[in-house]
Design a protein around this ligand. Sequence first.
Ligand SMILES: CC(=O)[C@@H](O)[C@H](O)C[C@H](N)C(=O)O
Ligand SMILES: O=CC(=O)COP(=O)(O)O
Length: 263
Amino acid sequence: MTAGLSARLDRISTNDRYLIVPMDHGITMGAVEGLVDIESTIDGVTSGGADAVLTQRGIAPRVHENKNDAGYIVHLNGSTTIGPDESDKRVTGTAEDAVRAGADAVSFHINVGSDHEPDQIEELAELTADAERLGLPVLAMAYARGPSVDESDPEALGHAVRLAEELGADVVKTGYSGDGDSFERVTESTRLPVVIAGGSKGTDRETVEMVRGAMDGDAAGVSMGRSIFQHDDPEGIARAVSAVVHDDAGVEEALRAGGFVEA
Ligand SMILES: CC(=O)[C@@H](O)[C@H](O)C[C@H](N)C(=O)O
Ligand SMILES: O=CC(=O)COP(=O)(O)O
């Protein structure tokens, strides 16, 4: 690993554990709850212990002053829920664009099992080659997603994370299989650090239990968006998730750390 790559990975993690809060959903879903005043959400989640925030590059001017020295990841493809096919993520920028936007790393979404998988494989491979020349880490968001794919099947998720490693990514995000034992089958499919997506927002306990389960299955952390940025208290829920990811806390301890149950 080059010194640049290693230094930049350190900027988006703490001791090889990752608490990333993706806020690229503005392309997908519009200015949903938590993303209208994105400045205050970024301030809250980074005050609560997020290692890095993630947005599309156009949002960069709204990120830097509010991220409390956390890392910054620029996401490089997108699609919308109102367009013809949400799986058909199209390229939105290059590794050089991300560097110009002040990124410490880049990310790219690939739907393994969708009709668009072949194009997305080619695009992710091109991105990892470009990023490698710049010493820029690549987070592959490798979902198992397509017409006949079970999105939480550990075999399918294991295939997706392995594909990310084969294509040269440095960190991989995927869906959660539902429990720690089955998630271990996903993490053992690759040597990359694996982080989980959160999906739509659940209760505080559901969020923390999901993170605890993933960490028990040898995840390296989370790339958790809506469960954190759509919370009434983004700083508190980030603090609770951070307690699990960074301090190995149990569920009750993490909820207390977030201020969600009586101490
Ligand atoms: C809305 C979803 O199902 C998520 O998987 C998104 O695709 C995640 C991503 N950050 C996005 O908004 O594109
Ligand atoms: O970029 C999106 C993610 O990494 C996951 O977002 P979610 O809202 O936690 O599914």
